[in-house]
Design a binder for this molecule. Structure first.
Ligand code: AMP
Ligand code: MG
Length: 343
């Protein structure tokens, strides 16, 4: 971790602490921390146990520190430094940043580049907030600046470098998953055995709830985000969704969303509205949800089997395909969809 704690981050830290809430369930005290200013999203940590205040303070500090170092919006972050030095020089990085990038390259290889940690130039080109469709030429140029082999990591020197000018790493598909794994270490160190972590919809259920029943996680309906397609009952696992409804703009009746197929350079078009991946490892679940969204339902199945993951796919023809192993954990009744299990 970076020892420097910028003043802004320290103030945010103090602000966030104010949002620690207590709730009582059957004589058991949960503490909840709401965080509005990390990873560009809303997060919520709900903890049960003796050291909840201390654990929440440590989690909050970790998240703010990680965000300060990883945010592409912060020109002084490690990731901004790495991207601005693309094609020019290597950049010194913290241990966890290096570790995250190294593992991300490994998973870029594993997913055949459908998840690609160097998709930054394409993501920047398709800047959802600008709501503009890029030209074919600019897409082709950005595709040439994308490729996990462009990211060179030197573990001994603790540096990394992008070998092509204009290339950029993008942590959007991994940072929350990686941070969740770090939060779990903090919780375990503090003896917390029951918790629900929610970083912008990326959830992890630690242990069971205080009454001994599993945590219930609603899976959002991509067609109507005020509803769910069903509830998953889970413990000791992460549940992570990638979907075309999370960030997008529409032009002439076409939806352009935030998950890019690195081969075509366009928002992926694999027939899915969303995919939820269930895996004990939040980092793997985060990467696979993005990768499977680009790859599509049928073609993702070998990857899910190999990685011991379960999944729920929602397709454009309003079918929900869910892993047969989830049969007893997935409670569904949304009449807009037809439900089918797969093995
Ligand atoms: P997620 O919501 O986890 O699926 O991550 C989506 C975010 O990851 C996007 O907002 C981009 O920042 C980034 N991203 C988009 N497409 C890809 C891709 N094919 N590989 C890696 N990251 C991507
Ligand atoms: Mg992801």
């Amino acid at each position: 971790m970076n020892k420097k704690q910028p003043i802004g981050a320290a103030i945010m830290l103090a602000l966030s602490i104010i949002f620690i809430l207590s709730s009582q369930t059957k004589n058991t005290k949960y503490k909840t921390l709401e965080i509005y200013d990390v990873f560009d999203t809303y997060s919520e940590l709900t903890l049960l146990g003796k050291n909840t205040e201390k654990a929440l303070t440590e989690c909050n500090a970790y998240l703010h520190d990680a965000d300060t170092r990883w945010s592409a919006k912060n020109p002084e972050s490690e990731i901004s430094a790495l991207n601005s030095a693309a094609g020019v020089s290597e950049v010194a990085l913290s241990d966890d940043t290096l570790d995250m990038l190294e593992k991300s390259v490994q998973y870029s290889v594993y997913t055949n580049g459908f998840f690609d940690i160097t998709v930054g130039s394409l993501v920047n080109l398709w800047d959802i907030s600008k709501a503009q469709i890029p030209s074919n030429e600019s897409i082709t140029t950005a595709i040439h600046k994308t490729g996990f082999n462009l990211l060179e990591i030197n573990k001994e020197n603790k540096t990394a470098m992008l070998s092509c000018t204009g290339a950029a790493v993008d942590l959007g598909a991994v940072a929350k998953g990686y941070a969740t794994a770090e939060l779990l270490n903090i919780l375990k160190k503090n003896g917390i055995s029951s918790a629900l972590i929610n970083l912008g919809g990326n959830t992890y259920a630690l242990g069971n709830r205080s009454d001994g029943t599993p945590w219930k996680i609603g899976i959002q309906d991509p067609g109507d985000t005020s509803r769910t397609i069903g509830d998953l009952s889970v413990y000791d696992t992460s549940v992570i969704t990638s979907g075309n409804y999370q960030r997008y703009f529409e032009k002439d009746g076409v939806r352009y969303h935030h998950i890019i197929n690195p081969y075509t350079g366009n928002p992926s078009n694999s027939g899915l509205l969303s995919v939820t991946v269930i895996n004990r490892d939040p980092f793997i679940a985060d990467i696979l949800s993005t990768a499977c969204f680009v790859i599509g339902y049928k073609e993702s199945l070998p990857l899910l089997r190999e990685s011991d993951s379960k999944a729920i796919f929602v397709t454009e023809d309003n079918t929900v395909y869910y892993s047969a192993d989830l049969q007893n954990n997935f409670d569904y009744d949304n009449s807009a969809y037809e439900y089918k299990s797969f093995k």
